[in-house]
Design a protein around this ligand. Structure first.
Ligand SMILES: Nc1ncnc2c1ncn2[C@@H]1O[C@H](COP(=O)(O)OP(=O)(O)O)[C@@H](O)[C@H]1O
Ligand SMILES: [Mg+2]
Length: 190
């Protein structure tokens, strides 16, 4: 995959399949520590220890249409190829947390990509899920929770074009200014 946003989409789809109704996605770009961290946390059905221990093996999957699962092994391989780490915690009945870190400056580290497009796809595609997106940088944090928006909409569908545009703009504005500051920090050599 060419973008971290696509990995995030893939891992979040596991959370949706696990029946989660609250999914938190956190991206931290800590240039000063040279780390990019992704966390995807859900309150879905979780995994038993046996499933969990085999989860990074590409041949473990609960899907029936394709005999191998790839989302988790792909993200793990991408992180480890960038001097990063991968961790997955899960508890049956409580949920799952996936964490991947990358060396921020690693030559092979994929760009974040269209993260607001990914979030928009997830939010609009699964309105029954409460989505929380957090973006943390050395310059500050942006937190987006779709619950207050849905409460305000009072039944107006998220797929309504004006609503879609509003969500997209909120995400873009929140992410882009911080992301630009990250880019400026890198070019100024810190
Ligand atoms: N968040 C999650 N909650 C519960 N089970 C999960 C979660 N993520 C992954 N799994 C389990 O691990 C398997 C492998 O996931 P993955 O590597 O993404 O491949 P795939 O989604 O193609 O099966 C899934 O089929 C599912 O059984
Ligand atoms: Mg998957």
């Amino acid at each position: 995959m060419r973008e971290l946003a696509l990995h995030i989409l893939d891992i979040a789809e596991n959370s949706i399949s696990a029946g989660a109704d609250k999914i938190r996605i956190s991206v931290s770009e800590r240039v000063n520590d040279d780390i990019l961290e992704i966390v995807i946390e859900d309150n879905g059905k979780g995994m038993d220890p046996e499933t969990l221990s085999g989860i990074t093996d590409p041949f473990i999957t609960s899907r029936t249409t394709r005999k191998v699962g790839l989302g988790i092994p792909f993200l793990k391989a991408a992180a480890e190829a960038c001097d990063g780490t991968f961790d997955i915690q899960s508890s049956v009945g409580y949920g799952t947390t996936v964490q991947a870190t990358f060396k921020h400056s690693h030559i092979d580290r994929m760009p974040l990509g269209d993260i607001s497009g990914t979030m928009q796809t997830l939010i609009i595609g699964t309105p029954e899920v409460n989505w929380v997106f957090e973006y943390h940088t050395d310059a500050g944090s942006f937190v987006f929770d779709d619950k207050p928006i849905k409460d305000t909409l009072d039944g107006v569908p998220l797929s309504e074009p004006a609503v879609m545009r509003f969500i997209r703009e909120m995400l873009d504005e929140g992410i882009q200014s911080l992301h630009q500051q990250v880019a400026d920090t890198i070019t100024s050599g810190h």
